[in-house]
Design a protein around this ligand. Sequence first.
Ligand SMILES: *Cc1c(COP(=O)(O)O)cnc(C)c1O
Length: 374
Amino acid sequence: MKIPLVDLAWQHDQIADEVRAGLDRVVAEGAFILGPEVASFEQEFARASGVAHCVGVGSGTDALELCLRAAGVSVGDEVVVPANTFIASALAVVRAGARPVFVDADPDTHLIDVQAALDRVGPATRAILPVDLFGQIAPIEQLADGLGGPAGTAAGPIIVEDAAQSQGARRHGRHSGSFGSIAGTSFYPGKNLGAWGDAGAVMTDDAELAGRVRRLRQYGSETKYEHPELGFNSRLDSVQAVVLRAKLARLDAWNQLRREAAARYDVLLADLPDVVRPETLPGNEHVWHLYTVRVPERDRVLAALHAAGVGAGVHYPVPIHLQGAFAGHGHRAGDFPVAEAAAQQLISLPIYPGIEPAQQERVVSVLADARAAA
Ligand SMILES: *Cc1c(COP(=O)(O)O)cnc(C)c1O
Protein backbone atom coordinates (compact mmCIF):
# COMPACT_ATOMS: atom_id res chain seq x y z
CA MET A 1 0.00 0.00 0.00
CA LYS A 2 1.67 3.21 -1.20
CA ILE A 3 0.57 6.31 0.73
CA PRO A 4 1.64 9.69 -0.64
CA LEU A 5 2.30 12.78 1.50
CA VAL A 6 -0.44 14.59 -0.41
CA ASP A 7 -2.97 13.31 -2.95
CA LEU A 8 -4.19 15.97 -5.34
CA ALA A 9 -5.95 13.54 -7.69
CA TRP A 10 -8.79 13.10 -5.19
CA GLN A 11 -9.44 16.85 -5.26
CA HIS A 12 -9.22 17.07 -9.04
CA ASP A 13 -11.77 14.29 -9.50
CA GLN A 14 -14.33 16.25 -7.50
CA ILE A 15 -13.96 19.52 -9.41
CA ALA A 16 -13.20 18.18 -12.89
CA ASP A 17 -16.57 19.00 -14.50
CA GLU A 18 -16.81 22.42 -12.93
CA VAL A 19 -13.28 23.32 -13.97
CA ARG A 20 -13.84 22.12 -17.55
CA ALA A 21 -16.89 24.39 -17.81
CA GLY A 22 -14.91 27.29 -16.34
CA LEU A 23 -12.01 26.78 -18.73
CA ASP A 24 -14.45 26.82 -21.65
CA ARG A 25 -15.72 30.20 -20.38
CA VAL A 26 -12.16 31.57 -20.19
CA VAL A 27 -11.37 30.44 -23.72
CA ALA A 28 -14.65 31.82 -25.07
CA GLU A 29 -14.01 35.17 -23.40
CA GLY A 30 -10.32 35.20 -24.35
CA ALA A 31 -9.61 36.82 -20.97
CA PHE A 32 -6.56 34.84 -19.89
CA ILE A 33 -4.87 37.39 -17.62
CA LEU A 34 -6.93 38.90 -14.80
CA GLY A 35 -10.47 39.11 -16.27
CA PRO A 36 -13.86 38.24 -14.76
CA GLU A 37 -12.89 34.86 -13.26
CA VAL A 38 -10.07 36.51 -11.31
CA ALA A 39 -12.30 39.38 -10.15
CA SER A 40 -14.92 36.88 -8.96
CA PHE A 41 -12.35 34.77 -7.14
CA GLU A 42 -10.89 37.86 -5.46
CA GLN A 43 -14.33 38.82 -4.17
CA GLU A 44 -15.13 35.30 -3.03
CA PHE A 45 -11.81 34.80 -1.26
CA ALA A 46 -11.99 38.23 0.42
CA ARG A 47 -15.44 37.29 1.76
CA ALA A 48 -14.22 33.86 2.89
CA SER A 49 -11.24 35.48 4.65
CA GLY A 50 -13.28 38.20 6.32
CA VAL A 51 -11.30 41.03 4.71
CA ALA A 52 -12.34 43.91 2.48
CA HIS A 53 -9.77 43.35 -0.27
CA CYS A 54 -8.09 40.42 -1.99
CA VAL A 55 -5.60 40.93 -4.83
CA GLY A 56 -4.59 37.86 -6.85
CA VAL A 57 -0.89 37.64 -7.70
CA GLY A 58 1.60 35.26 -9.28
CA SER A 59 2.79 33.28 -6.22
CA GLY A 60 2.94 33.28 -2.44
CA THR A 61 6.50 34.63 -2.49
CA ASP A 62 5.36 37.51 -4.69
CA ALA A 63 2.35 38.10 -2.41
CA LEU A 64 4.59 38.55 0.64
CA GLU A 65 7.03 40.78 -1.25
CA LEU A 66 4.17 42.94 -2.50
CA CYS A 67 2.73 43.16 1.05
CA LEU A 68 6.06 44.48 2.30
CA ARG A 69 6.59 46.85 -0.62
CA ALA A 70 3.05 48.22 -0.40
CA ALA A 71 3.65 48.90 3.29
CA GLY A 72 6.78 50.88 2.40
CA VAL A 73 9.35 48.36 3.63
CA SER A 74 12.62 48.83 1.75
CA VAL A 75 16.41 49.12 1.91
CA GLY A 76 17.81 49.60 5.41
CA ASP A 77 14.69 48.19 7.09
CA GLU A 78 14.57 45.06 9.22
CA VAL A 79 11.77 42.50 9.25
CA VAL A 80 11.47 39.94 12.05
CA VAL A 81 10.92 36.41 10.64
CA PRO A 82 10.77 33.01 12.37
CA ALA A 83 13.80 30.79 11.67
CA ASN A 84 11.61 27.70 11.18
CA THR A 85 9.50 28.36 8.12
CA PHE A 86 9.69 27.77 4.40
CA ILE A 87 12.48 29.92 3.01
CA ALA A 88 10.06 32.00 0.90
CA SER A 89 9.01 33.94 4.02
CA ALA A 90 12.57 35.29 4.29
CA LEU A 91 13.18 35.58 0.53
CA ALA A 92 10.24 37.97 0.25
CA VAL A 93 11.93 40.24 2.79
CA VAL A 94 15.22 40.19 0.89
CA ARG A 95 13.47 40.83 -2.43
CA ALA A 96 11.75 43.86 -0.92
CA GLY A 97 15.26 45.17 -0.17
CA ALA A 98 15.07 44.67 3.60
CA ARG A 99 16.99 42.45 6.02
CA PRO A 100 15.34 39.46 7.69
CA VAL A 101 16.07 39.22 11.43
CA PHE A 102 15.44 35.67 12.59
CA VAL A 103 13.87 34.57 15.85
CA ASP A 104 13.20 31.18 17.40
CA ALA A 105 9.96 29.25 17.76
CA ASP A 106 7.75 28.17 20.63
CA PRO A 107 8.82 24.63 21.62
CA ASP A 108 5.25 23.27 21.82
CA THR A 109 3.56 24.73 18.73
CA HIS A 110 6.62 25.65 16.62
CA LEU A 111 4.89 28.98 15.90
CA ILE A 112 6.90 32.20 16.25
CA ASP A 113 8.18 32.90 19.79
CA VAL A 114 6.22 36.08 20.51
CA GLN A 115 8.50 37.38 23.25
CA ALA A 116 11.63 36.71 21.20
CA ALA A 117 10.08 38.61 18.28
CA LEU A 118 9.15 41.59 20.45
CA ASP A 119 12.63 41.58 22.01
CA ARG A 120 14.19 41.89 18.55
CA VAL A 121 12.22 45.01 17.63
CA GLY A 122 14.61 47.92 17.27
CA PRO A 123 14.72 51.31 15.56
CA ALA A 124 15.17 49.74 12.09
CA THR A 125 12.32 47.21 12.48
CA ARG A 126 9.56 48.01 9.99
CA ALA A 127 7.59 44.77 10.13
CA ILE A 128 7.12 41.43 11.86
CA LEU A 129 6.19 38.50 9.63
CA PRO A 130 4.52 35.73 11.70
CA VAL A 131 3.85 32.47 9.82
CA ASP A 132 0.69 30.39 10.30
CA LEU A 133 2.84 27.28 10.30
CA PHE A 134 1.40 23.81 9.48
CA GLY A 135 -2.19 25.13 9.36
CA GLN A 136 -2.76 27.05 12.57
CA ILE A 137 -2.73 30.81 12.97
CA ALA A 138 0.17 32.27 14.97
CA PRO A 139 -0.70 34.19 18.18
CA ILE A 140 -0.68 37.40 16.17
CA GLU A 141 -2.90 39.35 18.58
CA GLN A 142 -0.18 38.87 21.23
CA LEU A 143 2.38 40.37 18.85
CA ALA A 144 0.02 43.29 18.21
CA ASP A 145 -0.55 43.81 21.94
CA GLY A 146 3.19 43.72 22.54
CA LEU A 147 3.68 46.38 19.87
CA GLY A 148 1.23 48.58 21.72
CA GLY A 149 -1.96 48.42 19.73
CA PRO A 150 -3.98 46.64 17.07
CA ALA A 151 -1.88 45.86 14.01
CA GLY A 152 -1.97 48.61 11.46
CA THR A 153 -2.72 51.45 13.82
CA ALA A 154 0.43 51.39 15.91
CA ALA A 155 3.11 53.81 14.79
CA GLY A 156 5.78 51.10 15.15
CA PRO A 157 6.34 47.99 13.01
CA ILE A 158 3.42 46.61 11.08
CA ILE A 159 2.42 42.95 11.08
CA VAL A 160 2.43 41.02 7.81
CA GLU A 161 0.75 37.62 8.16
CA ASP A 162 2.21 34.73 6.15
CA ALA A 163 -1.01 32.78 5.61
CA ALA A 164 0.37 30.37 2.99
CA GLN A 165 -0.37 27.27 5.10
CA SER A 166 -3.62 28.31 6.76
CA GLN A 167 -6.38 28.88 4.21
CA GLY A 168 -9.69 28.42 6.01
CA ALA A 169 -8.18 28.43 9.53
CA ARG A 170 -9.64 30.57 12.29
CA ARG A 171 -8.32 31.98 15.53
CA HIS A 172 -10.86 33.13 18.14
CA GLY A 173 -13.36 33.13 15.26
CA ARG A 174 -11.29 35.36 12.99
CA HIS A 175 -10.10 34.10 9.63
CA SER A 176 -6.62 33.39 8.39
CA GLY A 177 -5.47 36.36 6.32
CA SER A 178 -7.35 38.89 8.45
CA PHE A 179 -4.63 39.29 11.09
CA GLY A 180 -2.06 42.01 10.78
CA SER A 181 -2.21 45.03 8.50
CA ILE A 182 -1.86 42.88 5.42
CA ALA A 183 -1.43 39.18 4.64
CA GLY A 184 0.00 37.09 1.84
CA THR A 185 -0.98 33.56 0.90
CA SER A 186 0.12 30.93 -1.60
CA PHE A 187 -1.98 28.73 -3.85
CA TYR A 188 0.92 26.40 -4.69
CA PRO A 189 -0.80 23.11 -5.69
CA GLY A 190 -0.08 21.32 -2.40
CA LYS A 191 -1.50 24.06 -0.14
CA ASN A 192 -4.94 23.62 1.42
CA LEU A 193 -6.31 25.81 -1.38
CA GLY A 194 -4.12 24.89 -4.33
CA ALA A 195 -4.11 26.00 -7.96
CA TRP A 196 -2.89 24.12 -11.02
CA GLY A 197 0.36 26.03 -11.01
CA ASP A 198 1.85 29.01 -9.20
CA ALA A 199 -0.55 31.53 -7.71
CA GLY A 200 -1.00 33.66 -4.62
CA ALA A 201 -2.99 36.50 -3.09
CA VAL A 202 -2.74 39.51 -0.82
CA MET A 203 -5.49 40.24 1.74
CA THR A 204 -6.09 43.46 3.63
CA ASP A 205 -8.81 45.70 5.03
CA ASP A 206 -6.81 48.77 4.04
CA ALA A 207 -8.01 50.17 0.71
CA GLU A 208 -4.82 52.16 0.20
CA LEU A 209 -2.55 49.14 0.70
CA ALA A 210 -4.76 47.06 -1.59
CA GLY A 211 -4.61 49.75 -4.27
CA ARG A 212 -0.83 49.84 -4.06
CA VAL A 213 -0.61 46.05 -4.46
CA ARG A 214 -2.96 46.25 -7.46
CA ARG A 215 -0.64 48.76 -9.13
CA LEU A 216 2.54 46.91 -8.19
CA ARG A 217 1.31 43.58 -9.62
CA GLN A 218 0.52 45.30 -12.96
CA TYR A 219 3.71 47.15 -14.03
CA GLY A 220 3.08 49.96 -11.53
CA SER A 221 0.02 51.01 -13.49
CA GLU A 222 -3.62 51.79 -12.89
CA THR A 223 -4.36 53.29 -16.28
CA LYS A 224 -2.94 51.46 -19.26
CA TYR A 225 0.46 52.79 -20.37
CA GLU A 226 0.67 55.22 -17.45
CA HIS A 227 3.34 54.17 -14.94
CA PRO A 228 3.75 56.53 -12.02
CA GLU A 229 5.83 53.93 -10.18
CA LEU A 230 8.03 50.90 -10.85
CA GLY A 231 5.99 47.74 -10.71
CA PHE A 232 6.15 44.06 -11.52
CA ASN A 233 4.31 41.53 -13.61
CA SER A 234 2.74 39.27 -11.01
CA ARG A 235 -0.90 38.48 -11.68
CA LEU A 236 -3.25 35.65 -10.94
CA ASP A 237 -4.38 34.22 -14.27
CA SER A 238 -7.87 33.18 -15.24
CA VAL A 239 -7.16 29.47 -15.54
CA GLN A 240 -5.92 29.38 -11.94
CA ALA A 241 -8.91 31.46 -10.81
CA VAL A 242 -11.29 28.89 -12.30
CA VAL A 243 -9.61 26.09 -10.34
CA LEU A 244 -9.43 28.15 -7.15
CA ARG A 245 -13.12 29.12 -7.33
CA ALA A 246 -14.14 25.47 -7.60
CA LYS A 247 -11.89 24.48 -4.70
CA LEU A 248 -12.82 27.46 -2.51
CA ALA A 249 -16.44 26.31 -2.56
CA ARG A 250 -15.24 23.05 -0.99
CA LEU A 251 -12.46 24.39 1.25
CA ASP A 252 -14.35 24.22 4.55
CA ALA A 253 -15.56 20.68 3.86
CA TRP A 254 -12.06 19.57 2.83
CA ASN A 255 -10.52 21.19 5.92
CA GLN A 256 -13.08 19.33 8.03
CA LEU A 257 -11.85 16.06 6.48
CA ARG A 258 -8.30 17.09 7.40
CA ARG A 259 -9.44 17.74 10.99
CA GLU A 260 -11.05 14.30 11.14
CA ALA A 261 -7.86 12.72 9.81
CA ALA A 262 -5.79 14.63 12.39
CA ALA A 263 -8.09 13.47 15.19
CA ARG A 264 -7.68 9.88 13.92
CA TYR A 265 -3.87 10.20 14.06
CA ASP A 266 -4.17 11.62 17.59
CA VAL A 267 -6.00 8.47 18.69
CA LEU A 268 -3.78 6.03 16.79
CA LEU A 269 -0.59 7.66 18.09
CA ALA A 270 -1.73 7.89 21.71
CA ASP A 271 -0.23 4.45 22.40
CA LEU A 272 3.26 5.48 21.27
CA PRO A 273 4.72 7.31 24.28
CA ASP A 274 7.87 8.61 22.57
CA VAL A 275 5.99 10.16 19.63
CA VAL A 276 5.07 13.76 20.44
CA ARG A 277 1.85 14.75 18.71
CA PRO A 278 1.28 18.28 17.36
CA GLU A 279 -0.19 20.82 19.74
CA THR A 280 -2.99 23.20 18.86
CA LEU A 281 -2.87 26.65 20.43
CA PRO A 282 -6.02 27.44 22.46
CA GLY A 283 -8.46 29.49 20.37
CA ASN A 284 -7.30 27.96 17.09
CA GLU A 285 -9.35 26.08 14.53
CA HIS A 286 -6.48 24.19 12.87
CA VAL A 287 -6.67 23.23 9.18
CA TRP A 288 -3.83 20.68 9.26
CA HIS A 289 -1.86 21.69 6.21
CA LEU A 290 0.69 19.34 7.78
CA TYR A 291 0.44 16.85 10.64
CA THR A 292 3.89 16.86 12.24
CA VAL A 293 5.13 14.61 15.02
CA ARG A 294 8.42 14.63 16.92
CA VAL A 295 10.25 11.31 17.14
CA PRO A 296 13.64 10.19 18.45
CA GLU A 297 16.04 8.95 15.75
CA ARG A 298 14.01 10.77 13.15
CA ASP A 299 16.17 9.96 10.12
CA ARG A 300 16.07 6.23 10.76
CA VAL A 301 12.30 6.30 11.31
CA LEU A 302 11.87 8.39 8.17
CA ALA A 303 13.89 5.90 6.13
CA ALA A 304 11.70 3.06 7.43
CA LEU A 305 8.54 4.93 6.47
CA HIS A 306 9.88 5.58 2.98
CA ALA A 307 10.98 1.96 2.60
CA ALA A 308 7.40 0.90 3.40
CA GLY A 309 5.97 3.24 0.76
CA VAL A 310 4.81 5.94 3.19
CA GLY A 311 5.46 9.41 1.77
CA ALA A 312 6.41 11.12 5.02
CA GLY A 313 8.14 14.50 4.76
CA VAL A 314 10.31 16.86 6.79
CA HIS A 315 9.29 20.49 7.26
CA TYR A 316 11.94 21.78 7.35
CA PRO A 317 15.26 19.87 7.42
CA VAL A 318 17.45 23.02 7.62
CA PRO A 319 16.27 26.12 9.48
CA ILE A 320 16.62 29.33 7.50
CA HIS A 321 19.40 30.86 9.61
CA LEU A 322 21.63 27.86 8.74
CA GLN A 323 20.88 27.90 5.00
CA GLY A 324 23.82 28.70 2.72
CA ALA A 325 21.83 31.55 1.21
CA PHE A 326 21.94 33.35 4.57
CA ALA A 327 25.55 32.52 5.46
CA GLY A 328 26.28 36.24 5.27
CA HIS A 329 24.11 36.80 8.34
CA GLY A 330 26.74 35.11 10.50
CA HIS A 331 24.48 32.67 12.33
CA ARG A 332 25.77 29.46 13.87
CA ALA A 333 24.26 26.20 15.06
CA GLY A 334 22.91 26.83 18.55
CA ASP A 335 21.53 30.30 17.82
CA PHE A 336 17.90 29.09 17.64
CA PRO A 337 17.73 25.78 19.53
CA VAL A 338 13.99 25.19 19.10
CA ALA A 339 14.10 25.63 15.32
CA GLU A 340 17.21 23.44 15.14
CA ALA A 341 15.67 20.67 17.26
CA ALA A 342 12.52 20.80 15.12
CA ALA A 343 14.65 20.36 12.00
CA GLN A 344 16.14 17.19 13.50
CA GLN A 345 13.04 15.67 15.09
CA LEU A 346 9.93 16.51 13.06
CA ILE A 347 8.23 14.16 10.61
CA SER A 348 5.17 15.18 8.60
CA LEU A 349 2.78 12.26 8.18
CA PRO A 350 0.57 11.96 5.10
CA ILE A 351 -2.58 14.06 5.48
CA TYR A 352 -5.05 15.27 2.84
CA PRO A 353 -8.77 15.27 2.24
CA GLY A 354 -9.58 11.78 1.01
CA ILE A 355 -7.01 9.88 3.10
CA GLU A 356 -8.55 6.59 4.24
CA PRO A 357 -8.58 5.39 7.86
CA ALA A 358 -6.85 2.19 6.69
CA GLN A 359 -4.06 4.27 5.18
CA GLN A 360 -3.58 6.13 8.45
CA GLU A 361 -3.56 2.86 10.40
CA ARG A 362 -0.87 1.58 8.07
CA VAL A 363 1.22 4.77 8.53
CA VAL A 364 1.06 4.43 12.30
CA SER A 365 1.82 0.71 12.29
CA VAL A 366 4.93 1.29 10.14
CA LEU A 367 5.93 4.10 12.49
CA ALA A 368 5.40 1.89 15.54
CA ASP A 369 7.51 -0.93 14.04
CA ALA A 370 10.29 1.48 13.06
CA ARG A 371 10.56 2.70 16.65
CA ALA A 372 10.43 -0.80 18.08
CA ALA A 373 13.35 -1.81 15.83
CA ALA A 374 15.53 0.90 17.36
C1 LIG B 1 4.41 27.90 0.22
C2 LIG B 1 4.87 28.95 1.15
C3 LIG B 1 5.28 30.21 0.70
C4 LIG B 1 5.57 30.53 -0.74
O1 LIG B 1 4.60 30.35 -1.65
P1 LIG B 1 4.92 30.12 -3.21
O2 LIG B 1 3.57 30.22 -3.82
O3 LIG B 1 5.56 28.79 -3.35
O4 LIG B 1 5.81 31.23 -3.66
C5 LIG B 1 5.56 31.19 1.64
N1 LIG B 1 5.47 30.94 2.96
C6 LIG B 1 5.12 29.72 3.43
C7 LIG B 1 5.03 29.52 4.90
C8 LIG B 1 4.82 28.68 2.54
O5 LIG B 1 4.49 27.49 3.03
